[in-house]
Ligand binder design. Structure first.
Ligand code: CA
Length: 242
């Protein structure tokens, strides 16, 4: 799934994340009203007046969330949503005419995040936009590759360890040891298991090598930042506790 990168773009003027909302609505009055209100709230706004243009803009990755009307020329809202979902998990809030319950059901089945019944209070739409964005950010965080404990964060995709933002220089095996311990937070791991995971099952070198790496890590993290990260469990192994 393609994820929009716009959430990470800084809005220098406001000093906050600039989030762009795509409004797909053929009724010009509603479209203009939404544009004004959203801009007033600090959002960037893209507009489309038919389903085809809306889908194109949505797939362009220039917007973070879409407000999508159902009755649209070219492609209706359901069709836009159906095609969008093949490539993108962008949050979508559908606009439906009053009491069109079947539309709501179809919208949710089709992968909409939420829907609003027209006419709607703008405050409610704004609240739902905030909620949908927050949910999506939460989901993104869960899927991310960052492990953490206290001030320590380890990004396994970037191969970076930091303490309160400061980069910690680690060798490959130090990093792997830290990663294994963090992935099993609050669980005591035996030296044998650590040896296998960090050095490989066919490792033939010194068996106390894990103790040596733990000592190195303590020097680079515990001693430097005055914390007690890695606990020794006598006779068993090591553990990182929350
Ligand atoms: Ca319409």
């Amino acid at each position: 799934m393609r994820r929009s990168s716009r959430l990470t773009v800084m809005n220098r003027e406001a000093g906050v994340m600039a989030v762009t909302v795509l409004v797909v609505e053929d009724e010009e009055k509603i479209g203009r009203f939404l544009e004004l209100e959203l801009k007033h709230e600090g959002y960037g706004v893209l507009k489309a007046q038919d389903g085809r243009e809306g889908l194109e803009l949505a797939l362009s990755g220039k917007a973070d969330l879409m407000v999508l009307d159902i009755m649209l020329p070219e492609l209706n809202g359901f069709e836009v949503l159906r095609r969008l979902r093949k490539n993108s998990d962008m949050p979508v809030i559908m606009l439906t005419a009053r009491d069109e319950v079947m539309d709501k059901v179809a919208g949710l089945d089709g992968g909409a995040d939420d829907y609003m019944t027209k006419p709607f209070a703008i405050e409610e739409l704004l609240a739902r936009i905030r909620l949908a964005l927050k949910k999506r950010q939460g989901a993104a965080r869960e899927n991310s590759s960052v492990l953490s404990c206290g001030g320590l964060t380890v990004d396994t995709a970037r191969y970076e360890a930091r303490f309160e933002g400061e980069l910690i220089e680690l060798t490959h095996r130090e990093f792997e040891l830290l990663r294994v311990l963090l992935e099993n937070k609050n669980i005591v791991i035996s030296r044998d298991t650590l040896l296998e995971k960090v050095c490989g099952y066919d490792y033939m070198g010194e068996t106390n090598i894990i103790d040596v790496y733990v000592r190195y890590l303590r020097g680079k993290i515990d001693d430097k930042y005055g914390i007690k990260l890695i606990q020794t469990v006598r006779g068993v192994g090591y553990c990182i506790k929350d």
